[in-house]
Design a protein around this ligand. Structure first.
Ligand code: URA
Length: 476
């Protein structure tokens, strides 16, 4: 019988990948690789080192994305599961990940969902406390994630809290940000973090404001906010009082007009969903009244890996019937502008700030009616969830509604167009004119100007996405 080889088991993706690469190069079938230190009577055979570093064979990008997360699962079986799937992908089953019922794929997905959930909770439950250091303010948080996920979240926290210096400590690892870049450090005990400061009052006020007495489900609350995290969350001291008062507040809410009936985007968007599942969940959204008259919500379309996301206003009449964004006259105008800017279809993902068609009936026709702030607000979680899944290099807001949804009410399209800025969902955000503006222009001269503006802004988006100099665009 071929001997068993012991492969070192460490946390993190690159440690696993280096060993897995050597195992593959040595032709070791998964059943011959034992991940961990040799035990009992087994003699210890290490993984043979190839003479030259072995290349990582080509595998689907999705596997690498999942593996980067799963390598941060606390359970030791992460390494063997990843290796089994890697082996099969590179030994005649390149489409294995599409077999949703395959036991290895099921196990991989389960581990991935657990790590993603842990990352989601960590993002939600970090609470900073201010520390006055000699060189100024520093914010420190302590958290105990189910899985050692902090190394996966450096970029996220650096983007989210980019204007302060902070440290996030956990028993497994710590993250530090000095105002410019983030770094990883060793684990720290809870005693290393402060426990009180004036930020606590702010968190409590915030929590009181977002607490929804109509959705009090104590069991769900404790599963969403496990008790283990309570001691680091200042707002948990507010919960008993809020629960006691919830029946009275529900009565008061019922007396108010126009609360949405049915699930809202907030309730339906799940961190665990990929883009396809999000699109499916969208069809149940009742977060505003637009769903009553529209045919169906219109999800975004395009590659989930697109470097550029274009955000329009809302679907029009044809989009509502087709269930796809930008298939009508504005879509044709946009397609021409994309072509003029040298952008291909797989470089862009098209979506809208509002997913249902808002219209006013006029005889047999349905006339576009501008979505209101309540519609934009109700739909915003869908847009943000799309952006969080895609993580594009550039977000382009086509017109005022999209700019408002993502960048705030201060933005003015004609004043701010074409100037890149950073936003929480992409390194670059651009505002430009909506393609329909050229169609509605009062004369041909104005239409040509608006067209030229859209094309040159899209060319800028292309350059930002590719990190290349801008290309001249034709203005007609
Ligand atoms: N206008 C938009 O903003 N979006 C569409 O999908 C179609 C027209």
């Amino acid at each position: 019988m071929a001997e068993i080889v012991f492969a070192p088991l460490q946390m993190g993706f690159s440690a696993w990948r280096d060993v897995a690469r050597d195992c593959l190069a040595a032709g070791l079938e998964p059943s011959r690789v034992e991940w961990g230190a040799p035990q009992g009577l087994f003699s210890a055979f290490g993984v043979p080192k190839p003479e030259a570093p072995a290349p990582m064979p080509t595998v689907p990008r999705r596997f690498m994305q999942v593996a980067r997360r799963v390598a941060h699962h606390r359970d030791d079986r992460r390494a063997s599961t990843l290796y089994r799937v890697l082996w099969r992908l590179t030994h005649g089953e390149p489409r294995l990940l599409e077999s949703a019922a395959d036991p290895d794929v099921v196990e991989l997905r389960t581990l991935d969902a657990q790590v993603r959930r842990s990352a989601h909770k960590t993002k939600a439950f970090v609470r900073f406390r201010k520390v006055e250091a000699e060189d100024g303010e520093h914010f420190v948080a302590w958290i105990q994630p189910d899985h050692p996920v902090l190394p996966l979240l450096g970029e996220f926290f650096a983007e989210r809290f980019s204007d302060m210096r902070w440290s996030i400590l956990s028993p497994d690892a710590s993250l530090h940000y000095d105002g410019k870049s983030w770094s990883l450090g060793p684990g720290r005990p809870r005693s290393a973090a402060p426990t009180h400061d004036e930020l606590e009052a702010l968190w409590k006020t915030y929590y009181r404001a977002i607490f929804n007495p109509a959705r009090v489900m104590v069991k769900a609350m404790t599963s969403e906010m496990p008790k283990r995290h309570w001691h680091t969350l200042p707002e948990t001291s507010e919960i008993p009082g809020l629960l006691a008062d919830s029946a009275r507040r529900v009565d008061a809410m019922l007396a108010m007009p126009s609360a949405p009936e049915g699930p809202t985007a907030h309730a339906l968007v799940s961190e665990l969903d990929d883009l396809a599942s999000l699109h499916e969940a969208l069809s149940s959204c009742r977060g505003c009244e637009l769903h009553e008259a529209a045919t169906a919500p219109v999800p975004g379309r395009g590659s989930p890996h697109a470097p550029i996301v274009l955000v329009g206003e809302q679907p029009g009449d044809l989009e509502d019937r087709a269930g796809r964004p930008f298939v009508g006259p504005a879509g044709r105008e946009l397609a021409q502008a994309l072509e003029a800017a040298g952008l291909s279809h797989d470089e862009v993902y098209l979506t809208n700030a509002v997913k249902h068609f808002s219209y006013a009936p006029s005889g047999k026709r349905r006339l576009h009616s501008k979505p209101r702030a309540t519609h934009i607000r109700a739909c915003r979680p869908w847009l943000l969830a799309e952006l969080e899944r895609i993580r594009p290099r550039v977000v382009v807001c086509l017109g005022a509604t999209a700019a408002r949804a993502l960048l705030g009410v201060e933005v003015r399209v004609m004043r701010d167009r074409g100037t890149p800025r950073a936003c929480a969902w992409a390194p670059h955000a651009l505002v430009t004119v909506h393609p329909a503006a050229a169609l509605r222009a009062k004369d041909a001269g104005r239409a040509a100007e608006l067209r030229a503006a859209l094309r040159s802004d899209l060319a800028r988006a292309r350059a930002l996405a590719r990190g290349a100099p801008e290309k001249e665009v034709e203005s007609s």
